[in-house]
Design a protein around this ligand. Sequence first.
Ligand code: SAH
Length: 224
Amino acid sequence: MKGIDRMIPPDRYAAARRRMVEEQIVPRGIRSPWVIDAMGRAPRHEFIPGATSWDAYGDHPLSIGFGQTISQPYMVAVMTEAMGLTGTENVLEIGTGSGYQTALLAEGAARVYTVERVAKLVDIARETLNRLGYGNIEYKAGDGTLGWPEHAPYNAIIVTAGGPRLPDALKDQLAEGGRLVMPVGGRDIQELLVYTRKGREGPIRRMGGCQFVKLIGVDGWRDV
Ligand code: SAH
């Protein structure tokens, strides 16, 4: 076998990934060039072991164990774009899950801190992201409704699980002008909110209905 064939493994998902961007992301109004770019590059299938391209790049969320759901690609794009990243930010993510969203944040921000309550998921996500070469991410197993005060303030915070309200600790750990993107509402259905810190409080932009797994913690839902 020629050495070159072994050195560059063909990515058999490239066509599905391109279709995902062209059909699900761009026509629905995502404008941010870096988000479109990063989603065209990030190997989503690596975060879903054993995935077919229908699974990995399809227009739907997917549950992949431990009560975890990898969000629909379009929802990931909307939330990522709403964070308004320019590449210089200190970012906090609550709900690491598979680590797919984390990979996009690592491309768009300077530094990413990610918290996940299921320790086993932290291990799997860390392993995947290390293997793919992402070096600007720090991981923690714990209750993300309390944030990660040691590395605050954050220019943007994203919560990828739905809670009954915006957790106070997360609002407090935002920098002035920083944005908190989170699904808030009931246990089964929520609305995507973008809160911008201005002094002690700040305006909230409503981005429409969504469905996420529960944010479980002291300032989230108390039950599993
Ligand atoms: N962004 C993820 C989606 C994960 S689903 C992805 O792209 O794959 C939401 C995740 O939030 C689940 O893994 C769940 O375990 C986690 N979660 C729920 N409550 C949490 C909390 N209080 N702190 C941290 N993670 C939490």
